[in-house]
Design a protein around this ligand. Structure first.
Ligand code: NAP
Length: 319
């Protein structure tokens, strides 16, 4: 770290953070990306990505590597450290690292993402990517003409089950209660879809696999207490998503689930503090949408920096 003062500090080097880095470097912003793990974030955990334009099929790890290489080709500085706090200020924001270092930045983009909530049952971690999934849009294609189980009863479980029904032969939904939480319109669509069968008052207690991946799930009826094994090729878990919002400063507006509210520039209610990707309240969580957020926020950050430095503040959307 040659200097401790930046135009832009980006926290998180997933697709959103790295896309922001590319646009920021092209806008000649003095930019630092801070990442505590490896660049790519959650994408690294995705076996195959088949819906990122330009790549018919690419492993999540390779796509992450390409994002990082592209960003580094502009000379983007990526620091492998943990951020402890962000202290917003009127003119500059302070980004405090785990060793006590304080960095100053005119703008900050927070891109720390989130994680699908886990069931924490045996087999869930072991068979992740081998039949256990948290994303039907990403992995559903591998279950064409197969039998899958969706766990959960909210909008996500309902929407993803309907998506899977277009591909799979049979979709079971295991829900722990006797009524879905999902909106009525989705409930009606579930009822109308003959490939979907809801298993009421049912929880999954173990996921089992053979050499080809997941082949069964143990289900428990919470009313009778009885357990049974059911043959399935895949288990899709949608029991909520937890945003990584620990670094969001006090006073930043969030929704009831802890996702940050932003305007169309991805700017929070604190000027110069942007939130992008899965941490932001948005319609859908996809790699391409995080990358798009990164672009938007970097362009808006460039405008903010120019205005702060007293330059023209002209439109930067053609970079
Ligand atoms: P959610 O609404 O919190 O639903 C989570 C579901 O998982 C609930 O049915 C819950 O059961 C169940 N669940 C939670 N923990 C569980 C566990 N340990 N074992 C078994 N089941 C468990 O989460 P979501 O569906 O991801 O939706 C999150 C937010 O995004 C919601 O506000 C939702 O409306 C919104 N969303 C909207 C749309 C849309 O409008 N098209 C699409 C997706 C998401 P209980 O019902 O018993 O609590």
């Amino acid at each position: 770290m040659a200097d401790e003062s930046y135009d832009l500090i980006i926290i998180g080097a997933g697709p959103g953070g790295l896309a922001a880095g590319i646009y920021a470097m092209r806008a000649a912003l003095k930019t630092l990306v801070i990442e505590k793990g490896i660049p790519g974030g959650q994408v690294n955990l995705t076996d195959e990505v088949e819906n990122y334009p330009g790549f018919e099929r690419i492993s999540g790890a390779e796509l992450s590597m390409r994002f990082a290489e592209h960003a580094k080709s502009y000379g983007l500085e990526i620091l492998n450290r943990e951020v402890k706090t962000i202290k917003p200020g009127m003119d500059q924001h302070l980004v405090c690292l785990d060793d006590g270092t304080e960095l100053r930045a005119l703008t900050v983009i927070l891109a720390t993402g989130g994680n699908p909530r886990r069931l924490n049952i045996p087999g869930e971690n072991d068979y992740y990517g081998k039949g256990v999934s948290y994303c039907a849009t990403c992995d559903g294609f591998f279950f064409r003409n197969k039998t899958v189980l969706v766990v959960g009863g909210g909008d996500s479980a309902a929407e993803e089950a309907l998506y899977l029904a277009k591909l799979a032969d049979k979709v079971y939904i295991a829900h722990r209660r006797d009524a879905l939480r999902a909106s009525m319109i989705l409930q009606q669509r579930i009822k109308d879809e003959c490939k979907i069968e809801v298993l009421w008052n049912t929880i999954a207690t173990e996921i089992k696999a053979g050499s080809e991946g997941v082949n069964a799930v143990t289900l428990k009826d919470v009313v009778t207490g009885q357990s049974r094994d059911m043959a399935v090729d895949g288990v899709f878990i949608f029991i909520g998503f937890t945003p990584n919002n620990q670094l969001v400063p006090a006073g930043v507006k969030c929704n009831a689930d802890g996702f940050v509210l932003t305007d169309e520039k991805c700017e929070t209610n604190i000027p110069g503090l942007f939130v992008i990707g899965d941490l932001r309240q948005k319609y859908s969580r996809q790699i391409i949408l995080s990358a798009a957020d990164g672009c938007t926020a970097a362009l808006a950050a460039a405008y903010h920096v120019e205005a702060k430095k007293g330059k023209s503040g002209k439109d930067v959307c053609q970079l």
